[in-house]
Design a protein around this ligand. Structure first.
Ligand code: AIR
Length: 178
């Protein structure tokens, strides 16, 4: 396998169902990546060491997801100069509000690009990583434009067709009441 350009880490294997949404986007664009479970609290030394080694291995973007008091993205951002994208995982009784604040509220000087809570945020983390890599890769930029056009087409054609079907069904149902 090619050297990874993106590293995806998560605080626990219980985060896989959320974080896999980031990976699906990377797979779609055929971007080489690696995935690792590392915890800011349970394996703090290993997480720091891992983050320190990323740049010299050619990894360009780090995606970090965690739940509860989610310090993972911030902790690794303190150990590397590559861009870190944080995903607040909705695994706690607070449904990820705790993770969101722990991820987004970084002190000045150590930024984390915090995404939305949960699967949608993980998906966007993948998309954001593609946008970063596309800055220096014209072929990837071209494929990203196709992806954007496809997303628009899904709304303009796909969603509007579903809406038309729904309205037609409603009109029929109303007819039955008369
Ligand atoms: N977590 C693990 N170490 C530090 C944190 N914040 C998070 C994981 C997971 C949650 O704790 O990211 O979302 C619960 O982990 P587990 O392993 O108990 O299921």
């Amino acid at each position: 396998m090619k050297n990874p350009l993106v590293a995806v880490i998560m605080g626990s294997d219980s985060d896989i169902p959320v974080m896999e949404h980031a990976v699906r986007v990377l797979e779609k664009f055929e971007i080489p990546f690696e995935m690792t479970v590392l915890s800011a609290h349970r394996t703090p030394d290993q997480a720091a060491e891992y983050a320190r080694g990323l740049a010299s291995r050619g990894v360009k973007v780090l995606i970090a997801g965690a739940g509860w008091a989610a310090h993972l993205a911030g902790a690794v951002a303190a150990q590397t100069s590559i861009p870190v994208i944080g995903v607040p995982v909705d695994s706690s009784p607070l449904n990820g509000m705790d993770s969101l604040l722990s991820t987004v509220q970084m002190p000045p000087g150590v930024p984390v690009a915090a995404m939305a809570i949960g699967k949608g945020g993980a998906y966007n983390a993948g998309v954001f990583a593609v946008r970063i890599l596309a800055l220096l890769d014209p072929d990837l930029a071209r494929r990203y434009d196709l992806f954007t056009a496809q997303t628009a087409d899904d709304v303009l054609s796909g969603s509007n067709q579903k809406l038309a079907d729904y309205m037609a069904k409603r009109t029929q149902e109303k007819g039955h009441l008369r």
